[in-house]
Ligand binder design. Sequence first.
Ligand SMILES: Cc1cc2nc3c(=O)[nH]c(=O)nc-3n(C[C@H](O)[C@H](O)[C@H](O)COP(=O)(O)O)c2cc1C
Length: 189
Amino acid sequence: MSALKLLNDRRSVPSRQLGDPGPDPAELQALLQAAARAPDHGKLVPWRFLLIRGEARRRLGELLARTALANNPDAPPAAIEKDRERFNFAPLIVTVIAHIDEANSKVPAQEQLLSAGCVAYNLLLGAQQLGYGAQWLTGWAAYDPTILAALGVGAGERVVGFIHIGTAREPAPERLRPDAAALVREWQG
Ligand SMILES: Cc1cc2nc3c(=O)[nH]c(=O)nc-3n(C[C@H](O)[C@H](O)[C@H](O)COP(=O)(O)O)c2cc1C
């Protein structure tokens, strides 16, 4: 498949439509290695991966449910249930964690974060190329101090996204895409 076709075919598969199987160990290794080829100003490697799979998904869901209730004791039970189930659909979640060197005088924090974003996007593309569905999710959990501490996300680190990867149980929905031509102007000096 040409790279352009892969880009033009790319779409998210909602995590709730993902199921088994996920990538096997060789595919996962290849996927992570390919994702790590993201552009990286200063070769800082300002990101890392945290895998969540198997029983750990359920444990994270339980933590989400407890934390959501602690954060908002009046939350409707359906919302708490949704949080409990969030990580239970895709067999594999690759968390992309950026660790930003704010003090770097040559590479601004924004560029380090963007590099981590490219890693996450590479995972989406790579997963699709391997025949899997994927979705990039953050949600409140990516910003909640209790969840971040439980995931071992340190000071100076950020969760760029939870990349849910698995087999699509139904055809992925398409959405209206931006018309690139309408977004273009040409600078002429
Ligand atoms: C940084 C980032 C975080 C996102 N977080 C969420 C999220 O928490 N919930 C959600 O429904 N979509 C989220 N999305 C959007 C989906 O991943 C997806 O891009 C969107 O549904 C559009 O589908 P498409 O990828 O096929 O264009 C996020 C996207 C990005 C780039």
